[in-house]
Design a protein around this ligand. Structure first.
Ligand code: ME8
Length: 505
């Protein structure tokens, strides 16, 4: 079965920050989990390079938009392997293959009668590239996201007849309650539609940094339609010479932040309907990572507000896996939540180093010391097995709804369960009692098995450290079925385990 997942494509107006890394890691956890289930996964990320956000930033820096795009796209592309993000392709909207497909599809939308020329007048945020509706305008005509004054725009544009899709979109939402997840965002999109849809600009006459409109080359396409189409166009040219659209479309999940809900939950399905293209299965809309600014107030982390946690610095200090773990443990995926270097350090020490890292090293040390480095070939403890029963299926069901934090919490509860088991059994005491030899063997076999089973489930979250631990446990299978407690066998030799979460530099 094919599974197709995407992140937003990021603006190349500035360098990446933790907010961008966050969505990429989330989609990566889901992609890796689906691969564990044997799905044929296509995972797409990339950069959004046209439109005002990029043209204006280039002007400020005194370089051409293409130069700025080339420089910053490289930084986003390089970020992915550093985050251990396993994307199958990295699309840039300046890719020739993308531009050609955008023109083809939007020409079809035009030919299908969904386009007309008209005059736009209203408020516009050049950073969001968004024509704001009345309900989306902050105090004194400012952008509530970027906190900058909105521009009053008046220009002749090509319009997309969004209003004519009102009923079809209502039917979509009424018929598919998990089209947008979580529920709170579904309701937000549904009420935006119920509020009445107005036609939206499809082209800009004022700008030349974009994909030219084939039937009116003085215009370029409004950047949002060019950008949204990346999810569809990439499949036609990502794998040189093979068009994989039929194999992977419709997408299973678009994972995005709540700032771009309207474009994805309203404009995008309408545009696809207009182009006779099937709709994606699900959108998952996550919240914002917040961080205190210089005055101690909490805001959305964003480059323009200057309150960003630099993912590169964090990874240098604590490692990539720690960053991947922290993002989803600290902030419940879907909600807004605050991050800080203080809570990062705390979780690193108390959870990763103490609860998980120490559990692993203690278990392996005891097997080394008391069992000659071999996992005892005896049956597992039934009581402990019962506490793991159904866990892989539970994790899979949660991740099917992109509930990344809840799935991680379930797994972590088993990390804690194993720690309690060690304390209950106190194998170092059993080792001193010749009558307890069998109990010691059962204990260490069960600990090794529990650790192995939950480590298979943790591997999409922390691919590097889990890989090292599974290698040391002598069983590197990653498929989901291998995550059943009891699926591993005793008798194998354990290997060296390097410190998984050493004291930070
Ligand atoms: O909007 N917390 O690009 P963008 C959580 N090019 N996520 C955050 C975040 C934060 N503080 N800051 C950014 C665009 N993000 C368009 C998208 S898609 C067809 C076009 C993440 O560079 C989050 O995923 O502004 C958000 O939706 C995205 O970055 C916005 O990235």
């Amino acid at each position: 079965m094919a599974f197709y997942i995407t992140t937003p494509i990021y603006y190349v107006n500035a360098a990446p920050h933790l907010g961008h890394a966050y969505t990429a890691i989330a989609a990566d956890v889901m992609a890796r989990h689906q691969r564990q289930r044997g799905e044929d996964v296509f995972f797409l990320t990339g950069t959004d390079e046209h439109g005002e956000p990029v043209a204006l930033a280039a002007e400020r820096e005194g370089v051409s938009p293409q130069e700025l795009a080339d420089r910053n796209a490289e930084r986003f592309r390089a970020l992915m392997p550093q985050l251990d993000v396993s994307n199958d392709y990295f699309i840039r909207t300046t890719d020739e293959g993308h531009k050609v497909r955008v023109q083809e599809i939007l020409q079809r939308v035009h030919d299908n009668g969904h386009v007309y020329k008209g005059m736009y007048e209203g408020w516009y945020c050049p950073r969001c590239a968004d024509f704001k509706t009345d309900a989306e305008i902050g105090p004194d005509n400012t952008c509530p996201i970027h906190r900058i004054p909105l521009d009053r725009e008046r220009e002749e544009n090509w319009f997309f007849r969004l209003s004519t899709f009102q009923e079809q979109l209502e039917q979509l939402y009424d018929g598919q309650s998990d089209f947008v997840l979580p529920k709170v965002r579904f309701n937000e999109a549904r009420s935006f539609i119920a509020g009445g849809l107005q036609d939206v600009s499809l082209s800009r006459a004022k700008l030349n940094w974009g994909v030219p409109v084939p039937w009116d080359p003085e215009h370029v396409f409004y950047v949002w339609f060019d950008a949204l189409l990346n999810y569809y166009t990439a499949l036609s040219f990502a794998h040189d010479g093979t068009d994989e659209t039929d194999k992977f479309w419709p997408a299973d999940f678009h994972v995005i932040g709540k700032d771009i809900l309207k474009f994805h939950a309203v404009f995008w399905p309408a545009m696809l309907l207009a182009a006779d293209i099937p709709l994606p299965e699900h959108l998952f809309i996550h919240g914002f990572l917040l961080m205190k600014d210089a005055s101690g107030e909490e805001h959305k982390m964003s480059k323009s507000l200057g309150n960003v946690l630099d993912p590169f610095e964090v990874m240098d200090q604590f490692g990539t896996d720690a960053l991947r773990y922290y993002c989803f443990r600290e902030v419940s995926f879907g909600l807004d939540g605050s991050v800080s270097t203080t809570t990062f350090g705390e979780r690193y020490t108390s959870e990763l180093a103490n609860e998980y890292g120490n559990l692993a090293s203690r278990t392996l040390n005891m097997i080394g010391r008391y069992c000659d480095g071999k996992v005892p070939d005896v049956a597992v403890e039934p009581q402990l097995a019962a506490d793991f029963d159904g866990l892989p299926a539970e994790v899979a069901a949660l991740l099917d709804r992109a509930e990344i934090t809840q799935a991680l919490d379930r797994i972590w509860a088993r990390v804690r369960r194993l720690n309690r088991y060690v304390e209950e059994k106190a194998p170092w005491k059993l080792a001193k009692d010749p009558d307890a030899a069998a109990e010691l063997q059962t204990t260490l076999r069960s600990l090794a098995e529990g650790l192995r089973a939950l480590t298979v489930l943790l591997s999409p979250y922390m691919p590097e450290s889990t890989g090292k631990l599974l290698a040391a446990l002598g069983d590197e299978r990653l498929e989901l079925s291998a995550a059943e407690f009891g699926d591993g066998s005793g008798g194998g030799s354990i290997g060296e385990l390097p410190p998984l979460f050493p004291k930070p530099q």
